[in-house]
Ligand binder design. Structure first.
Ligand SMILES: [Mg+2]
Length: 426
């Protein structure tokens, strides 16, 4: 069966290669060609691997303790995750990408779809190379670029590009040959359950899925399943979501590196989370009308009693002021804290987020508000210039002994000159 594809659509998927590892390498040129691995929160599992680490046999998602021997034997460089660094570099990568097309969908921290329909077929591969080179030159992050007529096919192209030396693939001709070699489990939108179902029915490649009957797909899967099939045929059904959807809520929570018993330490962590969340919503020019504080002990600790509680406070006036939010959060914490428990996790959620400009008019507030906005701007500016948490509030503590386990953190802060790599010339 063959499907005629008249579409002039061209979508590129740009994906950063081993993104977290690449971020760490940027500040540590010595580990450029050596095996490197980044671990998840509290140094739990492997979440990013360099090509060299993959070759040794370190699997994605594997618990760190299971690969410790491999790590030692092969001298693998280990990093605790540093999301502040990855988030910052991600923003910079996306900014460069926006220069190549105004239709962009930021799909995840290290992936974006770009509409390249305005570029001619015979020039689009060259254009892809330009994108790749600019991101590499300006930000220092290597990427792979896959281009095709639909999002699903651009994902396929990207997979192929990852193994391609140039890092760029335009998938237009001989698509079927490529799809025959493409594992069904690697098709975008085909999760573990769906790929099991397909395999049971003999559909083990993207090519076989492309040629499946419409009736069968509709009967056996859902709308998304049918869309995937159409997209493999080159019929675009999944639009680019170019509108940046502002978040409706903002949650900051962490598990503790060591269990925490005292109210004082919980207060430090809640304050710190609150400051982070407030800064986040200020960056997005949002305000909140509701703050939830939650704490809990470990549900797996059979020797100790379990306790989990939360409290939500509705604020009379929408705000993004750190000091106000911290005050409310601490009041909330005091209401739910119980002595005698060993807490494992604490966090806050800011909800009912609004645009700052949409905020309702408050007769008494204007003057005070102007003052506090200026103060918040000054804090954000100082922290961006001199390093995170240069200015904080006293309740956030200084030692922060409750912090996440981060034994292998590079601690790189892009807001601080001290972390710039040094280059010696002779
Ligand atoms: Mg990636």
């Amino acid at each position: 069966m063959s499907f005629i594809n008249n579409s002039k659509n061209k979508v590129a998927l740009i994906d950063c290669n081993s993104f977290y590892v690449s971020c760490e390498r940027l500040f540590n040129p010595k580990i450029q060609n050596t095996p490197v691995v980044v671990l998840s929160n509290n140094d739990g599992c492997v979440i990013s691997r360099s090509v060299e680490a993959k070759k040794i046999g370190i699997k994605m998602g594997e618990p760190y303790f299971k690969v410790k021997n491999l790590v030692k034997k092969n001298n693998v460089k280990i990093f605790s995750s540093n999301y502040a660094l990855y988030g910052d570099l991600s923003r910079r990568v996306m900014k460069v990408l926006k220069g190549f097309s105004d239709k962009i969908e930021i799909y995840s921290i290290d992936e974006a779809f770009l509409d390249l329909s305005h570029i001619k077929d015979d020039q689009v591969e060259e254009y892809g190379k330009k994108i790749r080179n600019k991101v590499l030159k300006w930000i220092g992050i290597p990427t792979s670029v896959g281009i095709s007529s639909t999002k699903t096919l651009s994902k396929v192209a990207n997979h192929i590009a990852k193994k391609n030396k140039s890092g760029v693939v335009f998938l237009k001709d001989n698509i079927d040959n490529k799809l025959k070699d493409f594992d069904i489990a690697d098709v975008w939108g085909v999760g573990r359950q769906l790929s099991k179902l397909y395999k049971k029915n003999g559909i083990d490649s993207a090519y076989k899925l492309k040629n499946i009957s419409n009736t069968w797909v509709k009967k056996s899967t859902n709308v998304l399943g049918a869309k995937t099939v159409m997209e493999l045929r080159g019929v675009s059904c999944i639009d680019l979501e170019t509108k940046e959807i502002k978040r409706k809520s903002c949650c900051v929570s962490r598990s503790f590196g060591k269990k925490v018993e005292s109210l004082e330490k919980l207060r430090e962590s809640i304050t710190t989370h609150c400051l982070n969340a407030a800064e986040k919503i200020r960056i997005d020019k949002q305000t909140t009308r509701s703050i939830t504080v939650f704490i809990r002990t470990s549900p797996f600790d059979k020797n100790r009693k379990y306790y989990s509680n939360s409290v939500t406070i509705d604020l009379p006036v929408a705000t993004s002021n750190s000091l106000e939010l911290v005050k409310e959060a601490i009041n909330g914490l005091k209401k739910i804290y119980k002595y005698g428990y060993f807490y494992q996790k604490a966090g806050i959620i800011l909800s009912k987020l609004n645009e700052s400009s949409e905020k309702e008019f408050n007769l008494l507030a204007p003057i005070m508000e102007k003052k506090s906005n200026t103060l918040m701007q000054a804090i954000d500016f100082t922290n961006a210039k001199y390093g995170r948490n240069s200015i904080s509030v006293a309740q956030a503590g200084v030692k922060k002994s409750w912090k996440m386990r981060k034994e292998h953190s590079s601690n790189i802060d892009t807001a601080s000159f001290a972390y710039l790599p040094r280059v010696f010339t002779t």
